[in-house]
Design a protein around this ligand. Structure first.
Ligand SMILES: C[S@@+](CC[C@H](N)C(=O)[O-])C[C@H]1O[C@@H](n2cnc3c(N)ncnc32)[C@H](O)[C@@H]1O
Ligand code: SF4
Length: 459
C-alpha cells in the first residue's frame, strides 16, 4: 500500500521520523533552549508579567500537575514520583498554597475558565477528596465558563469495582483520560502494564453509568509491538467504542526502554512497520469519526486541547507545569522539594521563562492552528505578524511538496495524510524554525521530558 500511494511514498522518504529521531513535539511549539533560568527572587516579577500578558484575554485553561504514580511503565515519559502518603500530602498542601498565591496575585481575575486538566503521573493516585479540595480551591478564585469540562487522567485499575467513577463525577469531574496503550498481553508484559480489554470495558461501563465521558490513550511503536497486534487492538476498540481515542507514537526517553532495546534490539519497531502502524491506526480513527490532533473540528473529543490550539492561554499549577500566554511562557521547578520550599515561603516556584518575540508568536500560532481542521488563515497571520509571515512560504511549500499541506486562497491546512502524520509535520515545523532563526547548533528539537524510574524520590 505504501509503495502504491505516491503521497505516502513522499512522506515515508522525506518527512517521516522512525522511533530513533522522533520527539513528541505536539501539541505545542517550543524551543527549550530559549528559556532563561529564573532566580527565586524574580518569581513575583514574573508572575506580575504573566498577569500583564493575560490582560486582553477573557478565557483561560488550567492545567494541574499531580506527579505521583504507583506504576513504572517502561515507556513512561513523565518521570513520576512513587506514590506515597506523606509526599503526596506535602505536595497537595503546596499546590493549594500556589492556587491561593496565584489567586491573590489576580491571575484568575476577570477570566472564565474554559477547561481544567489534571495530568500526571496518575492523578487518580490521589483520593477523590484531594481532587475535590483542589477544585474547591479553584472555585474560590475562579469563574468557570458555562459548559467547561474538567478532565482527570486515570489509571484503569483505579476505576474498577470501587465506586470511584461516581465519586469523581460527584466531585465535579466530567471526563476521564485513561491510559491503555495496548491490549496485547505480550507487549503489555514487556512494558510493565496490564489493562486487558475486559478491564477497559468495565471502566467504560462504570464511567458511563456515572455520567463521565472517557478517552482511551493508545500507543504505537511499543517494544515488541507488531502490525498484527495493532490490528487486534483496533478490533478490540471497534467493540469497546470509547468516547474518544488518542493514538500516540512511542517517544523513547525512558532509561528503562533504552535498556530494554539495548539488551533486545529485535524489540524496536522498524521504520516500515511503524509507518504502516501510523497509517492503519489513523485510518481507523478517521473511519470511526474520532478527532485528534491534525483534524480537530470541535471540542467534543479533547476539549482542553481544542481550546489550547486556538491560543487560549493556559496556566499550569504544580511542579514542572508550564504556563503559556500569548507573550510569555513560564515553567515551574521540577524538584518537588524546591517547588514546595518556594511556595511554602510565599514565592512563586518559577524555574525559567521565555518572553515570546513576534517570530516565536508567529511560529507558535501556525504550529497550533495547523492542528485544527480549518487550518491556518494566512491573512490573519499576515495582519498579526507583518514582519515575519513571509518566512513561512518555504515551509509551506515543502510541506505541500510532501503532500501534507494544501493551500486554498489564504488558508493552509493539513491534507488527509498530513493529518495522519501530524507528529512528523510538528517535528518539521520546529526543525524549520530552528534553521531559520539563526540559533546556535546546540539548539535542537528535544523531548519535553525524560522519563525515569519512579524510584527517583526527591522529597
Ligand atoms: C501521564 S499518562 C496518564 C495516564 C495514566 N498515568 C496511565 O498511564 O494509565 C498520559 C499518556 O501519555 C502517553 N505516554 C506516556 N509515555 C509516553 C511516551 N514515551 N511516548 C508517547 N506517549 C507516551 C501514554 O499514552 C499515557 O497514557
Ligand atoms: S504511563 Fe505508567 S508510569 Fe507513567 S504515569 Fe502512566 S501509569 Fe504511571
Amino acid at each position: 500500500m505504501i509503495h502504491s500511494d505516491p503521497t505516502l511514498r513522499k512522506i515515508r522518504d522525506g518527512l517521516f521520523h522512525g522511533l530513533r529521531d522522533y520527539t513528541k513535539s505536539f501539541p505545542d511549539f517550543s524551543i527549550p533552549q530559549k528559556f532563561e533560568m529564573a532566580r527565586p527572587s524574580e518569581g513575583h516579577a514574573l508572575l506580575a508579567r504573566m498577569n500583564e500578558s493575560l490582560r486582553d484575554d477573557d478565557e483561560m485553561l488550567l492545567y494541574v500537575h499531580l506527579p505521583f504514580c504507583y506504576h513504572e511503565c517502561v515507556f513512561c515519559n513523565t518521570a513520576p514520583r512513587r506514590a506515597n502518603r506523606e509526599g503526596q500530602a506535602r505536595y497537595l498542601a503546596s499546590l493549594l498554597g500556589e492556587i491561593r498565591l496565584y489567586g491573590d496575585a489576580g491571575i484568575f481575575q476577570g477570566k472564565r475558565i474554559r477547561s481544567v486538566y489534571f495530568g500526571g503521573g496518575t492523578p487518580t493516585a490521589y483520593p477523590t477528596e484531594d481532587l475535590r479540595a483542589i477544585l474547591d480551591a479553584l472555585d474560590a478564585y475562579c469563574e468557570f465558563a458555562r459548559g467547561n469540562i474538567v478532565t482527570v487522567e486515570a489509571y484503569p485499575k483505579h476505576l474498577c469495582g470501587n465506586g470511584r467513577p461516581r465519586e469523581l463525577a460527584d466531585a465535579g469531574v466530567h471526563r476521564l483520560s485513561v491510559g491503555c496503550q495496548t491490549f496485547d498481553p505480550a507487549v503489555a508484559a514487556l512494558v510493565n502494564r496490564s489493562n486487558p480489554a475486559d478491564q477497559i470495558r468495565e471502566v467504560l461501563a462504570e464511567c458511563h453509568a456515572a455520567g463521565l465521558t472517557v478517552n482511551v490513550d493508545m500507543m504505537i511503536g511499543l517494544p515488541g509491538q507488531t502490525l498484527e497486534g495493532l490490528h487486534d487492538d483496533l478490533a478490540a476498540l471497534d467493540e469497546l467504542r470509547p468516547d474518544a481515542v488518542e493514538y500516540m507514537r512511542h517517544e523513547i526517553v525512558n532509561p528503562l526502554a533504552t535498556a530494554l532495546y539495548d539488551s533486545r534490539p529485535e524489540l524496536l519497531t522498524d521504520d516500515d512497520a511503524l509507518f504502516a502502524m501510523v497509517v492503519d491506526s489513523q485510518a481507523w480513527m478517521e473511519r470511526n469519526g474520532y478527532e485528534q490532533n491534525g483534524w480537530f473540528e470541535s471540542d467534543r473529543f479533547f476539549p482542553y486541547r481544542y481550546h489550547w490550539l486556538q491560543e487560549i492561554p493556559f496556566v499550569g499549577l504544580g511542579s514542572r507545569a508550564r504556563s503559556f500566554t500569548r507573550h510569555l511562557s513560564v515553567d515551574k521547578h521540577e524538584s518537588l522539594q524546591i517547588y514546595s520550599q518556594l511556595i511554602d515561603r510565599g514565592d512563586p516556584a518559577i524555574a525559567r521563562s521565555l518572553a515570546l518575540g513576534s517570530q516565536d508568536q508567529m511560529y507558535r500560532a501556525v504550529f497550533l492552528r495547523l492542528q485544527l481542521k480549518r487550518g491556518v488563515d494566512l491573512d490573519e497571520i499576515d495582519r498579526r505578524f507583518p514582519q515575519s509571515s513571509h518566512e513561512l512560504t518555504p515551509l509551506l511549500d515543502d510541506l505541500e511538496a510532501h503532500g501534507c499541506v494544501s493551500r486554498d486562497g489564504a488558508t493552509a491546512r493539513l491534507t488527509r495524510y498530513g493529518s495522519y502524520f501530524v507528529e512528523d509535520v510538528c517535528c518539521a515545523v520546529i526543525d524549520y524554525a530552528l534553521q531559520r532563526c539563526g540559533y546556535p547548533p546546540s539548539y535542537r528539537r528535544m523531548p519535553h521530558s525524560a522519563g525515569s524510574r519512579t524510584a527517583r524520590l526527591d522529597h
